[in-house]
Every structure is written in C-alpha cells, then in structure tokens.
Design a protein around this ligand. Structure first.
Ligand code: FEO
Ligand code: CA
Ligand code: CA
Ligand code: CA
Length: 565
C-alpha cells in the first residue's frame, strides 16, 4: 500500500525513513539549521548567558530564549519579521545544579525557572540561509512567570479571581505552561496555558476546593515555587490557580503592551486556539482541553469584525460552546450558559470543565492542536492517545466510554478527527465529522489497531499533537509519542513531522526528530519558503553535538528556493 501511495504522491519530496538516533533528518534537497536554542541571547549583553556545562546563568535568565519551545506564530510589523514563541516548561534536571536534585533549592533557582518559561518575541532576518535572529532588535521581548498582565471577560474581577496581592482580581502575573498558540485575524499572538496546575502547592493546610480536583491541583508543585513565593502557596493564595489556565493575547508589535487573559474563552488545560470567522463576521476560536476524558470547545464572539475595524470586546463577550460527537457522525456545539449549566458566568468560565460535564459534552482521547483548513470549511483536531481509558485523571471527571470518535479501548496511537460545519459556516451549531486518520501499526497490530487505510509501513507514527495548515491546504502533523521503536511502536522510530493531503488522505513523513524529542510548533517565513519547526526536550547532545541537549526552533528550506512541501 505504501508503494501505491508513493506513486501518486502529491508531495514534492521523497519521504524520509524512520530514525532512531540523535540526529534530525529532512528530505533530500532540503536543508535545516538551528535558528534559536534554549539559552541563546536576545540582547548582546547576555551573550555569555549560556554555558554547555552549567546552562543559563540566573542573572541572564530573562535575556535569553526560553526552554522547551512550543507554539509559535509569524508576524510582519513595519517590514520586520517577528516570531512569537512560547516555552512550555523547564527541565529541572538540565537547568539546576546537580546538588538541587531536580527541585529549586532557593529563591534564585526559582527565579531562573520562572524566567526560562513563558513567551519570547524575537525578530528574525532573511539571510538567504534560513534566517537569523536579530540580537538587540527593539521588538525582542521576554514574558515570564512574573510579567504583569491583565484580564478581561466575565471572570475578570470576580471573587474567584481575587487574591491578597490583587484584591481587584484584574491583574494576574505571568503566563505558565503555554503549549500551543494561535494568531488572531488582527495580527496578535494567542498563547495557551496548559498544565498550569503543576506550579502550585502548599506550605500549610490544603484548602478544600472542588475545582482543584477536576483541574489536578495538588499540594506539591513541580518546581517548589510555593516554598519561595507566597503567590504559589495555596494555603496563602487559594484563588491564584484561577488566574491561570486561560488564553492570553500578546501584541508582538509593541513590547510595552500588557498581555491580556481572555476569560470568556474558558479555563482548562488549553492546547491551542485556532481562530476563524463565521459567515456573518463573528469570531470563532476552536480550542482543545488536553487531558484524558476532557472536551473540545469553541468560542463565538457576540460582535462581528471586518479588517480595519476595532477589535475591542471580540474576545471578552460571546458564547463558549462544548462539542458533542454522535456515533452517527453528526455533532453539535452545546452552549455553556447560566441556564444550561446552573452556574453563574464567572464560575462557569473558571470551571469550564464542570460546565461541560453538566451539558453532556463528549469525553475525548486528549484533544491536542486544532487546525482549520484555509481552503474549505472544516477543522481538524489531533486526539493524541488515551492509554488509561476508564481511569479518571482527576476526581470529578466523566466516564470515558469507547464511542464513534474515540473508538479504541486502549488507544496508544491516537487519531485525527475533522468536522465540517453545517452550511459551510464556522458559526453553525451542528456539524458532521469523520476520522481523517486513525494512527496504527500495520506491521505489528490488527483490526482497529492496524490503523486506517492511509497508514502504511512507510508513514506510520503515533500520538499526533501539533498541527498546522500551509497556504496550499496541506495539513502538517507533528508527533509527541512513544519513540522506543519497540513492541506496538516498532517501525515508528523517533517523533516526526508528516504532511497530509485532506483530499486524498495521503500522508508522508517529512522530518524525523532526535530521539527523546517531540516535534511541536510550526510556522513559516512570510514567503512560505522557510518553515520554522520546534524541537522540544531532545535527547543526546542535540543540536550542539556536545554538552547539554537544547530545545530549539529550526529553520528548514529547499535548496532550490521553492516553497516547502
Ligand atoms: Fe503541551 Fe497537550 O501538549
Ligand atoms: Ca502538545
Ligand atoms: Ca502531547
Ligand atoms: Ca510537550
């Protein structure tokens, strides 16, 4: 089957074989290079910030590119090409002295952890060789766990958002564990807070809170922030977690601008935010909640928008919907309102998961990125895997039965669902759906676990995660799965980036990552000739060849200068 597909390939490259080592591979005729790595200086006074032996110095840690690159978007501002890139999390084992044993031992080490996560805005220049970062650009900016932000929408200023440090409940600090991203139609960056729960803990009595259970907030944080900063100590600031788990908007054109957390889009473990427009001009944002048994959402603005009009209120006033997938391949967007949920607006948005349960949303196999096809009215969501069906991730979650859209009992491979809104209108409240691909292993598994017919020995993969469409309407798929190349994963090799044709179903492998890494984050140069691809948590000593492994954004381009793919 692999050969038959290859003969009719719509892609202008020869697919790459699987890899198992610590190198990165791209097809023949393509080149790649690291564009920016964890620890690279954004300003020349930080050029010594990174050392291969000790990593990033505490004092320079807010002047370098953050660790564990994830969602990114390209912007053109007054002729300058800017990238906004988030840094999902930090590897304590790589960043901290070995004496710390993986947990920050003092306030300085906490400060460093806070600084190397968040968001980086940086300028890049076209050198004819895959671009270079512009050190000292006036656009370069770091946003960390301490950056002052504001909130809007129904939960802003509510009692649930108030803390001792911010009694108005309007001025949160920092954006944490950002995973995917999005780009507004008006040219700003959306960054999406995912596993924010892991940053909180307590030094005293743990407050009792139904929301803590559903959102996985426990008494010990991953980075020991709570021991050195009262903001993260639940016994002192029980509402601080309610100020995280939002979609945050950042204007990359203005480094003095204040990021805004949009509470109208709901609080959950956000993957990305894919913005499109309804036929009547309302703004639609598709969003996944990446946890076993959680939901897919969409926000629809109250107001409409056309290019050049003001954007005020578009992301602060509207309706949040949650998806119901029926087994007959129809579906509906169920509105979350005080009437449908019995919750007031602020409570309903802060605890969107509980609101979704009340209206009977469909539990999903970990919704990761959502991507909308630019050439036809449909959207795709990567359901990455679910290897623990039936085990509730968090108290208060729903049962997670096998169903049409999540058809496998033990789902170690994942699938990509797509939906076509009724009447070719993203504003519609019903849709039809099908599975674009059910990942699987034609060499090692049978039946449902073999995978759909567009999965072959030559393109197999597991755990689709990042996704983005190019301007030609091809769907790029990035994986974050098991790279052991053993057992049910044999023949899949390292994590990878593939491209799929929505019309034919054909899928071809374009890139393989170093062992240990996931591939996440994809954007292009303005002329589409260079792809920027994120390589997160690599193993070995990638990409330097010696010293610590460094997460990095790479540039990939065709040697003949044509567009990618
Ligand atoms: Fe950070 Fe759901 O991936
Ligand atoms: Ca992801
Ligand atoms: Ca993932
Ligand atoms: Ca990740």
């Amino acid at each position: 089957a692999g050969r038959a597909l290859a003969q009719t390939s719509t892609f202008a490259f020869t697919p790459v074989d699987i890899a198992t080592g610590f190198d990165l591979t791209v097809p023949e005729g393509y080149q790649w290079k690291p564009l920016v790595r964890w620890g690279d200086a954004l300003w020349s006074d930080a050029s010594d910030a990174y050392s291969p032996e000790t990593g990033v110095s505490v004092d320079m840690s807010d002047k370098v590119f953050g660790e564990n690159t994830d969602g990114m978007e390209t912007f053109v501002v007054d002729g300058h090409t800017l990238l906004a890139i988030n840094s999902e999390y930090a590897n304590p084992e790589i960043n901290l002295p070995t004496s710390s044993e993986g947990v920050p031992a003092n306030a300085d080490e906490v400060r460093m952890m806070k600084n190397i996560q968040g968001v980086t805005v940086l300028e890049v220049a076209d050198t004819g060789n895959g671009f270079e970062i512009v050190v000292d650009s006036p656009y370069n900016r770091r946003i960390t766990h301490e950056t002052q932000m504001t909130m809007d929408g129904p939960a802003a200023g509510s009692d649930l958002a108030k803390t001792n440090a911010d009694p108005e409940g309007m001025s949160p600090k920092g954006t944490m564990n950002n995973c995917g991203s999005g780009k507004t139609l008006w040219g700003t960056y959306l960054t999406c807070e995912e596993n924010f729960n892991g940053y909180f803990g307590t030094t005293g009595t743990m407050p009792q809170d139904e929301g803590y259970n559903r959102y996985g907030i426990g008494d010990e944080g991953r980075y020991a922030y709570e021991k050195h900063d009262a903001r993260f100590d639940l016994s002192q600031e029980p509402n601080e977690p309610n100020r995280h788990g939002w979609v945050t908007e950042i204007n990359p054109a203005d480094r003095e601008s204040t990021p805004v957390k949009h509470t109208a889009l709901g609080r959950f473990k956000h993957e990305n935010a894919e913005m499109v427009q309804a036929n009547d001009g309302r703004i639609v944002v598709y969003m996944g909640d990446d946890e076993r048994g959680e939901f897919i959402y969409k926000f629809v603005s109250k107001g409409t928008w056309a290019d050049g009009q003001p954007t005020d209120g578009l992301l602060s006033d509207g309706t949040l919907f949650v998806a119901k997938f029926n087994d007959d391949q129809t579906g509906a967007w169920l509105p979350l309102t005080p009437e449908t949920t019995g919750m007031d607006m602020a409570e309903m948005l802060v605890f969107a998961r509980m609101a979704g349960s009340k209206v009977g949303a469909t539990t999903m196999d970990r919704p990761e990125w959502i991507a909308a096809n630019p050439l036809r009215c449909e959207a795709y969501c990567a359901l990455t895997n679910n290897t623990n069906r039936g085990v509730k991730p968090n108290a208060g979650g729903d049962e997670t039965p096998v169903d049409g859209v999540n058809p496998r009992e033990v789902n170690n491979y994942g699938q990509i669902v797509r939906w076509q809104p009724t009447g070719e209108d993203h504003g519609a409240e019903t849709f039809s759906w099908d599975l674009f691909v059910m990942a699987g292993n034609p060499d090692a598994a049978e039946g449902l676990y073999r995978g759909s017919q567009n999965v072959t020995s030559g393109n197999m993969f597991n755990s689709p995660d990042g996704m983005a469409f190019d301007t030609k309407g091809m769907l790029w798929i990035q994986t974050d799965g098991d790279d052991s190349n053993e057992g049910e994963y044999v023949g899949m090799g390292n994590n990878q980036m593939l491209v799929g044709n929505p019309e034919t179903g054909e899928i071809a492998r374009f890139l393989t990552a170093p062992n240990g890494a996931e591939v996440t984050g994809l954007t292009w140069s303005p002329d589409q000739k260079v792809a920027f691809v994120g390589i997160q948590h690599p193993g070995g000593s990638w990409p330097d060849g010696e010293g610590k492994p460094r997460s990095a954004v790479i540039a990939v381009w065709r040697e003949d200068g044509a567009t990618i793919g």
